[in-house]
Design a protein around this ligand. Structure first.
Ligand code: TTP
Ligand code: MG
Length: 342
């Protein structure tokens, strides 16, 4: 049987800030946008102290400020978080070379081949990460990725949760369906309509009923996942599918020059990133969100993959021409997809 470990750092961005600015410890800390809660932007993360006030990721900074005006608000410093993230990933790779890098603060590790008990491996990882970064993490271990990820979330912060086959019924089935990877708010809503709220209730549904409601592929997935089954392998060589940048204006604008300048800047940033990763892309997509939050995207696919700033900027402007600027613009985004390795 496989042994898969999932690790997720605790309040990651906030923990990194608390590590380098120790005076923040014990205070409610909110990381997001430019760090000014009077400006537009959303919460990236909040320290556990700040979460007690009801502050959470994706909430507008202004709402967070209303909930806790005495919180410390800080800007997002991706460079520093990536640097720390890299240290963590390197440590994990030393423990087992079979690692899937999932995001800035999480990863899967296949520990099947390590001749030590799971708990001991987890304790060693925690100890090393604390030594090297001063941060804590939560770890879940199970026979597959699906269960390991659920497990790492069960005893945050600084948790260690091991789920065995025989624990599925008592520990996984009582959880809400949303805890299953791939179940979002829409599926949660549809399931609620047929009286299903827990993973256990989902597991009691016959396969044909799920297929009827959710289609062949997703229906099958829900059937298997609710029973804790997941054969998916770790993806150790990961290729990006898209590179994008977007920006929200401080005040909505219909000034064409500001919009054009922003598109040019965003195009330059995505081109810099694809060049650094040695990719060329073929499809350029422009996203425009108006002040009423209606969002439009237009794409242009070029004949050849490119990393030329001129070609990509021109494609983005071609997309802009196909969107009627009938209202002030709130947000602009540029994305490149359909990569080819250089
Ligand atoms: P999470 O692991 O979801 O959150 P967390 O590490 O802050 O807290 P937890 O202890 O509950 O794991 O996300 C990791 C980082 O990703 C987080 O520190 C900030 C960033 N992030 C965003 O920028 N926006 C978001 O909406 C979320 C959820 C996370
Ligand atoms: Mg985390």
């Amino acid at each position: 049987m496989r042994r898969i470990l999932h690790i997720d750092m605790d309040a990651f961005f906030a923990a990194v800030e608390e590590k380098r600015y120790p005076w923040l410890r014990g205070k409610p800390v909110v990381i997001g946008g430019s760090g000014d809660p009077m400006q537009r932007g959303v919460v990236s993360t909040a320290s556990y102290e700040a979460r007690k006030y009801g502050i959470h990721s994706a909430q507008p900074l202004r709402t967070a400020y209303k909930l806790c005006p005495e919180a410390v608000f800080l800007p997002v410093d991706y460079e520093e978080y990536s640097r720390v993230s890299q240290i963590i990933k390197n440590t994990l790779k030393e423990i087992s070379p079979v690692m899937e890098d999932v995001g800035i603060d999480e990863a899967f590790l296949d520990i099947s081949e390590i001749d030590k008990p799971s708990e001991e491996i987890a304790q060693e990882i925690k100890k090393r990460i604390t030594e090297e970064t001063g941060l804590t993490c939560s770890i879940g271990i199970a026979s597959n990725k699906l269960l390991a990820k659920i497990a790492s979330d069960m005893q945050k912060p600084d948790g260690l949760t091991i789920i065995k086959e025989e624990d599925i019924e008592s520990r996984i089935w009582p959880l809400p369906v949303r805890k299953l990877w791939g179940v979002g708010p829409k599926t949660e809503e549809s399931l609620k309509k047929i009286g299903i709220r827990t993973i256990g209730a989902l597991a009691s549904m016959p396969l044909d009923r799920l297929v009827e409601n959710f289609g062949e592929s997703y229906g099958n997935y829900l059937y298997e996942a609710s029973k804790g089954r997941d054969e998916s392998p770790l993806v150790t060589h990961w290729e990006p599918k898209s590179v994008s940048r977007e920006t929200t204006f401080q005040t909505d604008t219909n000034n064409w020059q500001i919009i054009a300048k922003t598109i040019a800047e965003l195009a330059k940033e995505v081109v810099d990133e694809i060049r650094q990763k040695r990719y060329k892309g073929r499809t350029v997509t422009l996203k425009v969100r108006f002040s009423d939050f209606k969002t439009y995207t237009r794409s242009k696919t070029l004949d050849e993959p490119t990393n030329s700033i001129d070609d990509i900027r021109k494609a983005a402007f071609d997309c802009l021409k196909r969107i009627e600027l009938k209202m002030k613009v709130r947000l602009i985004g540029v994305r490149i997809t359909q990569f080819e390795k250089q």
